[in-house]
Design a protein around this ligand. Structure first.
Ligand code: C2E
Ligand code: CA
Ligand code: CA
Length: 546
């Protein structure tokens, strides 16, 4: 659980990194792009204002020059008519007048007095050939540009220019209402302020993008300010889309993470495969004894999982998984290799010893087991004739004919086949005949009640009888008491295994057990017989005495 938890946390962090990372980067890139874009817009707006101002001034200067060329330089009636005609045709010239050398206006059309006070040098004698000045209108801080041209007589033709001249498109749609342009004459004097930034209430620290453009002809300066908020709206949608995409990625990651870390077998699967590779599945050996003579007949190999931490796990806890996952094939192969390695010498030296290896129903589906056994045991210290393969009756053999062929092939190689757990499972006694078994193993379930007058106890009798009729060998499993030995002897069963003789032993211990029995330094059956006789003798005087 805790590993799952850490794996989940790890995935959660990855999800955050993989979604927040791109989100931050994308936001940064988009915002930068929007600000750059706004800067460029500000520059081009400024340039448009400058161009428009220049064109307006040029137009006015040209008109004034053509008046001057035409000699319209006095306040005579016909000259005033000519001035009036020019004013009426021009879009931006509000009035035209003539000032004397001291700069005092002498006449103005349309006829009215020049309002506001001049701000810049404009009409006085010292002014340059072309003068640009300003009048402060005194209300709404409206200022009007005054363009003047010196005439040969030292007077000046001048024109008031309407601020409408600068009323031009402020910029692209998304910046409407967020651009303010100030056109100045000289560094200080504002000619016109167009648009407003519309800054949100109290948002004094809003980013403002500013660009300044200068005229190469006149002392004109256009300063354009853009509200940063509006500038960012260019990528607003993209930012939302990016956020949605990143959130989706994060959610996806999390779903995968949850799915992955809460997969029921994932972790154990990895662990299991690693355990196989590390040879953590090892053979234990349970001696099979002749209960008449005490001679060691061989052993049954029983798998154990010796985990890295030394813990021993019995097959009941992993065999179902090993079989359903298919790992059992590799595990069985590796088990055989280890067996040859551990007890090969003993078996080579003692050709009569048999070694039983457990298989499961899946091993009888195809010929792989035939090839594996052939490859591993042919030419090995353990001869094929010493090998017994156990087929359990607990699981059904789906394809009996295929199983039969495989069994026949194995038998042809010299291998013997034992039917394990007879009477407990699917095949019934029919398997015995159909599959051509060599050995029958009587399950502990039928050995336990031996000596009792129960129906289960009589099953052992039936199995033994059938096996003898079919000429098969018999091994009794799970023998725990001396009484069971006595009953087995009565039934004519000679081979047995069980805790009374020895539990499944690790390789070293089994080799020691085998050596003692081979050399005759020890005979477990003789020991049991002696113990039993001693107990009988002890009991008899007591019984006689009572
Ligand atoms: P099995 O083949 O019927 O093995 C006999 C089981 O009885 C073994 O359990 C053994 O330790 C236990 N046993 C032996 N003598 C006594 C006794 O006197 N009293 C009691 N109470 N138990 C005794 P184990 O080793 O836990 O194995 C359980 C089962 O796992 C085996 O039953 C077998 O079906 C399977 N198995 C073990 N090793 C392998 C293997 O390498 N491959 C396959 N496919 N299955 C295996
Ligand atoms: Ca077995
Ligand atoms: Ca068994």
């Amino acid at each position: 659980m805790s590993r799952r938890y850490t794996s989940f946390i790890r995935s959660l962090c990855l999800a955050l990194i993989f979604s927040l990372g791109p989100l931050i980067v994308a936001n940064y890139v988009l915002e930068n792009f929007a600000l750059q874009q706004a800067k460029q817009e500000a520059r081009s707006i400024g340039e448009r204002f400058i161009t428009r101002s220049e064109l307006t001034i040029n137009e006015v200067v040209l008109e004034l020059q053509s008046l001057e060329t035409a000699g319209v330089v006095t306040c005579r009636r016909d000259h005033l008519d000519a001035l009036r005609e020019v004013v009426s045709k021009s879009a931006y010239m509000e009035s035209i007048g003539i000032a004397d050398a001291s700069g005092k206006p002498m006449c103005l059309v349309p006829s009215r007095s020049l309002r506001g006070k001049p701000i810049l040098t404009m009409l006085d004698d010292g002014a340059p050939l072309i003068g640009i000045g300003m009048t402060d209108q005194g209300y709404d801080s409206i200022k009007k540009a005054i363009i003047s041209l010196r005439t040969p007589n030292g007077w000046r033709l001048f024109s008031e220019v309407s601020p409408l001249a600068l009323n031009i498109e402020p910029g692209p749609e998304y910046l409407r209402g967020a651009v303010r342009t100030e056109v100045r004459l000289g560094p200080e004097t504002i000619w016109a302020t167009v648009g407003s930034l519309n800054l949100p209430e109290g948002e004094s620290d809003t980013t403002i993008i500013s660009q300044t453009s200068l005229s190469t002809w006149y002392p004109l300066v256009a300063r354009v300010d853009i509200n940063g908020y509006a500038a960012l709206s260019l990528v607003g949608r993209l930012q939302i889309i990016t956020a949605i995409v990143c959130a989706t990625v994060a959610v996806l990651f999390l779903v995968i993470a949850v799915w992955y870390s809460w997969q029921p077998h994932n972790e154990s699967e990895d662990e299991f495969v690693a355990a196989i590779k590390n040879n953590e599945f090892i053979p234990y050996y349970q001696p099979v004894i002749d209960i008449e003579t005490g001679v060691l007949q061989g052993c049954e190999v029983l798998m154990r999982w010796r985990r890295e931490n030394g813990e021993m796990v019995s097959p009941g806890q992993f065999m179902t998984y090993a079989e359903t996952s298919g790992h059992i094939f590799e595990m069985t192969r590796r088990l055989m290799v280890q067996i040859i390695d551990e007890v090969g010498d003993l078996y080579e030296a003692t050709p009569d010893l048999k070694i039983s290896i457990n298989l499961f129903a899946g091993h009888f589906k195809d010929r792989t087991i035939v090839e594996d056994v052939g490859e591993l045991f042919q030419g090995s210290p353990i001869k094929l004739e010493q090998v017994v393969l156990e087929v359990t009756e607990r699981q059904p053999l789906h394809d009996i004919n295929a199983a039969k062929k495989i069994i026949a092939e194995l038998q042809a190689m010299g291998v013997r086949i034992a039917l394990d757990d007879v009477g407990t499972g699917h095949g019934g006694l029919a398997y015995l005949q159909k599959l051509g078994m060599d050995i029958v193993k009587i399950d502990k379930m039928f050995v336990d009640p031996l000596g009792q007058e129960t129906s289960t106890a009589r099953i052992a009798d039936a199995i033994v009888e059938l096996a003898e009729n079919l000429g098969m060998g018999i091994i009794a499993e799970g023998v725990e008491t001396y009484e069971q030995i006595l009953h087995l002897r009565k039934l004519g069963v000679t081979a047995a295994q069980g805790y009374i003789f020895a539990a499944p032993l690790p390789g070293e211990a089994f080799l020691k057990f085998a050596e003692e029995h081979e050399t005759g330094t020890r005979n477990i059956v003789a020991e049991l017989d002696r113990n039993y006789e001693a107990r009988q003798e002890e009991a008899q005087p007591a019984a006689a005495g009572s």
